[in-house]
Design a protein. Sequence first.
Lengths: 617, 344
Amino acid sequence: MERKEALLQDVVIKFAGDSGDGMQLTGLQFTNNTALLGIDLATFPDFPAEIRAPQGTLPGVSGYQIRFSSDRVYTPGDLCDVLVAMNAAALKANLKSLKPAGKIIVNIDGFDAKNLRLANYADGVNPLEDGSLDSYEVIKIDVTKMTRESLKEFTDLGMKEKDRAKNMFVLGFLYWMYNRSLDNTITFLTEKFGKKETILQSNIKVLQAGFNYGDTTETFTTRYRVEKAKLPPGSYRSIMGNQSLAYGLIAASEKSGLPLFLGTYPITPASDILHELSKHKNFGIRTFQAEDEIAGITSAIGAAYGGSLGVTTTSGPGMALKGEAMGLAVMLEIPLLIVDIQRGGPSTGLPTKTEQSDLLQAYYGRNGECPMPVISASTPSDCFSAVYEAVRIAVQHMTPVIFLSDGYIANGAEPWKFPQSSDLAPIEVKFKTELGFDEEKFMPYLRDEKLVRPWAVPGTPGLEHRIGGIEKQNITGNVSYDPENHQLMVKIRQEKVDKIADYIPEQKLDSGAEKGKVLVLGWGSTYGAIKSAAMELQEEGYAVSHAHLRYIRPFPKNLGDILRNFDHVLIPEINNGQLVKIIRDQYLIDAKGYNKIMGIPITKTELVTEIKKYFTE
Amino acid sequence: MSEVNSVLPTLTAKDFSTDQEVRWCPGCGDYSILAQVQKVMPTIGVPKENIVIISGIGCSSRFPYYMNTYGMHSIHGRATAIASGLKATRPELSVWIVTGDGDSLSIGGNHTIHLLRRNFDVNVLLFNNQIYGLTKGQYSPTSEENKITKSTPLGSIDHPFNPLALAMGADASFIARSMDRDPKHLQQMLTRSHQHKGASFLEIYQNCNIFNDGAFEIFTEKGSKLNETLFLEQGKPLIFGANQNKGIKLDGLKPVVVELGENASTDDLWIHDERDFYKAQILIRMFDDPRIEGHFPRPFGVFYEADRACYEDALNMQIEEAVAKKGSGNLDKLLRGSEVWEIA
Ligand code: SF4
């Protein structure tokens, strides 16, 4: 039959189903397939709080949103064009994020009486039949039936095992709908199930069945195509935030010559860094799953003391537990990296949801005067270079550094123009290896022009010395309770961190003019939403600019000048107003916050509305 | 056993002392322990720069400042965890952890048991004075029940730890006990701790003459020592008493004190075997309150030693195996991954 082909510029699809339906895997496969075509994309996996909430219920819904476009893409999209709902709960939980007149692809088997009841639909109400979805284009498929049908010949597979392949049917259908090849997913399945021939063949069979279903069923008259995006030329791959962060650590280890040691305790959403790093032991990486968060950081301190690149990874609750040890690292003045993949707090909070609410903890959350540099990443691929920079600061300035990412960045994926290792600037590390000709005795707290003390590791003859958490006498490092000395040391430690501003790049505007009415200042994962909102408004002629911080402590030296070039400074954050407090404190300006604390990202649309308010006053 | 490097310069105890004034209370048991450690260090065949002493918080944790080696006076309870990271990355170093009963059994209890089960090749010196000294006299997790202290005016209602039983429960591969007042024995135990490949757990009874004076008097003073202590020697019967006239025999799984003479001879006695996993547990449980009538003498010496793979060795082996299997890490290959597309 005749098939039309329509060219689209920008598509947002949300895969939603029960947490057992394999929606994350489906989403990731679709993402890789899209990326390989050179189409730009951004993703937002939305995990349920429970590992396996009761099947069919609203808390059990797992989602994966992908936006892909022939234009540049900075956010996974505010609303979706296509919603794939594997059951009634998935439809109910996500309908509000579907665009008017959007497409809904439903598995009608997920809408039986039981599923409807579990999704809290009133007795006798079925949204597929009561006309409530009339304003949408609903594509009803009995995915379960078709899956079983296509696996008729697989007699040694039980019904449960067959049903597990349902997501492949949907994936195959979407591959048909968007004119895709099945190749990368077949390769993936072969790698995953290589040794289990039946499972492998059945998954491929169902994937093809989904594809053929689109092809042979006459109801679907249109296939869609999205062209390659105009990305800067180069080699690209798809990358997720925690993976990119792990790669950044490996690169920093290679380029500094420091063996990497990760001391950590499993915690959502940071554990994937541990998983990733433990796969790459052939880089000389030592991963240590410690007995608790405190042992995670203190073992990393021990490793750093011995001359390794000591790293610990965690999320908010773990940060709280590591506080005292961070103070020790500040006193010892040894390099250390503390990675915080933020999630909703306080306490256990919302482990699977994103938030930027650990900034003040990172800034101030320790006993005593305890300054530490804070670096943040703004997108999944940005984790690579941002963490590389954090390592550079830690080892060249002999200081623990806090690195902030969040759940949204950690699990999001995007195309990445990956660097060649030769493009990466080496990270120079100086160990003290012997006494200088004019030195009689090693002075562990004698500083250079950066106020940095020498790194002398055990095993170096002639430099035996003792360090510890008690206040140090300036220069000698001996224990000192002298009042003047304490004041001096507090000031020196602060100045040492402040001085880092001389060794980091100046702040640049991401978009917009240097002077104007509103500067939107962001940090972390709000990058895409702010960028998209600012660019849209600039096109409409609004005097809006966008600056996004990587260096949060110390701030780039020119930040004050930038801020003062605008009538208003607006700081959107996924917290109750944290960066805004620090900016107001340090620059004495009337910065305003825009705060969303729902465990989900800020959207472009709401930001556009918010920014416009400054132009109607 | 560690190899003795023949080109090492000959050092003496003096070479291991620092210019820092020792600040323990006069008469504190820590002085003797420091002296014995300084005496033993030149004899163990490790270059001074390869020795690292890591401590937590407490009176004993001042120790590193007085040792002219590498040292870190860290934070409360965490010396064991810091040492784990150091040893994992620098297996060639001789790492000594100096800790107290509060430091390693209370605030740092978790790290202690995990260090022992992982079996890092480090030496834990537990200075047990059964009191909190640095915070001026509260009961500790090893204080006896009913102890009157600043925080327990009506007597402590906590049941104390038996530190060696805890170590045994955590599968420590070397378990020993000594005391500050027996320098020779302490030196032997320090040497044995060093020689053991794996985590060595050495409990040292240490007198805090300010807040818990005489806690171990019954074991350390001439008048009572011979009757109240039992010094373990490999392959030797368990004999004690003022005239070496008493012994321990096993009646089934139960130890019994016997008088040597008409009814019992040394042939009937329990022969000590440090490698006997089951008997070690019985020996470790000979831990009664010496105030109780018919109590056992308190054993000192090496209770147990086993050969078990060390964490750092296994960790480094995994790295070697990964390199052998996949080749040394190639950064460009890693960054490129398997699915790449080109944009012209
Ligand atoms: S308080 Fe007790 S343990 Fe502490 S130094 Fe004084 S005597 Fe020694």
